[in-house]
Design a protein around this ligand. Structure first.
Ligand code: HEM
Length: 156
């Protein structure tokens, strides 16, 4: 069956970028460590089949993006070019359930981010709000009451 691409109503989200103070306090190594733990959480999740075999290696590409996002040097742009995040997520069937699972994995990591990676506590809420808003724009598959929409996620 031909794939139906879902476009979130309202278009790209009007999200506030996370504070640059986050990178200033954490530094690059802590951000890479946080993303590595996030990918290890994804590895244990129902989204596992979407991600490459070596999740630790894959986490480095995402970490490069988050370094720039959190106020550091634009590593992702320098290494991989224009992020075009919605387009880069298009090969994967991402529905609302997948988004919620992705956010759950991030929440798991953020719960200990202050102690573990020196994340500034006062910026946790703002960063989380960014993730909620921006992740909505990565959804490209409509929800399905029959669960059919999830077939691609879990593989054949
Ligand atoms: C809505 C839930 C989301 C799901 C299910 C999801 C899933 C994925 C998958 C399967 C990949 C490819 C494997 C990989 O390279 O790691 C990927 C790549 C990536 N994702 Fe997401 N993602 C979501 C939301 C987000 C959000 C909100 C961001 C940024 C704030 C993000 C940032 C990235 C980056 C930077 C990459 C690497 C892109 C590249 O290959 O160059 N993702 N994501």
């Amino acid at each position: 069956m031909e794939r139906q691409i879902y476009i979130p109503p309202g278009g790209p989200p009007r999200v506030t970028s996370p504070s640059a103070e986050i990178y200033a306090q954490m530094g690059e190594a802590n951000i890479f460590a946080m993303l590595e733990d996030f990918y290890l959480e994804l590895e244990k999740s129902s989204l596992r089949s979407m991600f490459p075999k070596d999740v630790v290696e894959a986490s480095k590409k995402s970490a490069a993006f988050f370094v720039g996002l959190l106020g550091g040097p634009p590593l992702y742009h320098q290494r991989y070019g224009n992020p075009m995040m919605r387009a880069r997520h298009m090969p994967f069937s991402i529905d609302e359930a997948a988004r919620q699972e992705w956010l759950r994995c991030f929440d798991h990591v953020l719960a200990h981010a202050v102690e573990k990676y020196n994340f500034p506590a006062e910026h946790l809420a703002g960063f989380r709000a960014f993730l909620v808003g921006f992740s909505g724009w990565m959804v490209n598959t409509a929800p399905s009451e029959t669960g059919e929409g999830n077939l691609e996620l879990f593989g054949d």
